[in-house]
Design a protein around this ligand. Sequence first.
Ligand SMILES: NC(=O)c1ccc[n+]([C@@H]2O[C@H](COP(=O)([O-])OP(=O)(O)OC[C@H]3O[C@@H](n4cnc5c(N)ncnc54)[C@H](OP(=O)(O)O)[C@@H]3O)[C@@H](O)[C@H]2O)c1
Length: 340
Amino acid sequence: MAKSSLNVAVIGATGAVGDVFLRVAAERNFPFSSLKLLATARSAGKTLRYKDQEIVVEETSVEALKGADLVFCSATSAASREYAPIITKMGGVMIDDGSAFRMQANVPLVIPEVNGDDLEWHEGIISIPNCTTTPLAMALHAMRQVAPLRRVTVATYQATSGTGAAAVEELKSQLGAFGRGEPIPAASVYPHQIAMNVLPQVDVFGEDGYTAEEAKMRNETRKILHIDGLPFSATCARVPTVLGHAEAVHVEFEKDAPLDDIREALRNQPGLEIMDDPANSVYPMPLNTAGDDRAFVGRLRKDESTDHGIAFWCVTDNLRKGAATNAIQIAEELIRRGKI
Ligand SMILES: NC(=O)c1ccc[n+]([C@@H]2O[C@H](COP(=O)([O-])OP(=O)(O)OC[C@H]3O[C@@H](n4cnc5c(N)ncnc54)[C@H](OP(=O)(O)O)[C@@H]3O)[C@@H](O)[C@H]2O)c1
């Protein structure tokens, strides 16, 4: 039986995504009948604001999750794995921001504007994609309306908030020390200093030389677009910004894909915005897209190095469409479809 007002719990409410989740839920007037904010024992007793209410954070536990119709989980893979079976056994639905279940066959991996129909077969767990996968899959989904995709290559420029609140603090303390002319504190979140640096490593390396982040982008894009084996290669880099992931993308199509048709397809893609006036230096950047729920595309041009190729640049607020907004849109779509 579909419910339109839900008992909701948020695991990871004190984190970088949890913070934005509360803001986005308030902006969209998400229909809560109750809202529990959960984290670890470290945060129990802290208060967080939702609209005009102060809500006390509780430690995540089976007891705290009792009665939840819907649980948003933005914590760690270990927490997702621990609580998912408990939540679903008690009849709740979990929308998971983490990577624990994304590639599991019975778990839909959803961007509502691209593959919302996959929500029809959920069995209690729904994953949101990695924050770099989401804007890319949205743009590719629009473009494949013009011509079938043959190959995708992408390089990312990812902000520190993508790693979580502790990474942002690491960048700030290193930049602060640099500004004061003091010795720069040693890295603890990242393998190297992030301030004034670019790290060609996001997550750990696999045996094939790709990082886990690069593998996630490839596998998740294939799953969302339902194109097994789409030729795909990513290089993911961490850059010393706070918010907003940028991507330089090259796409080859099976046949000619005129730029005007590509622009038209992008304009028709819900959730996506073209920002492309190079003559006036207008293109998406972390600073002019932060706080926006849309994915932005610019620098659209023919890729002259190949037949039927185009190149573009895209930027997205990783904590909004890359995480919290997408999770809330999934919940809204579940309600709309009567799937919760
Ligand atoms: N950051 C992004 O751009 C982004 C985008 C898409 C998806 N995600 C995913 O979202 C999740 C959260 O990321 P984040 O950036 O918000 O990380 P974060 O800032 O480090 O926050 C982690 C949150 O999880 C809580 N937590 C950690 N272990 C827990 C446990 N065992 N049980 C319950 N709560 C636990 C923490 O509570 P305490 O405060 O008490 O430690 C904190 O509230 C991750 O799975 C990440 O992969 C992040």
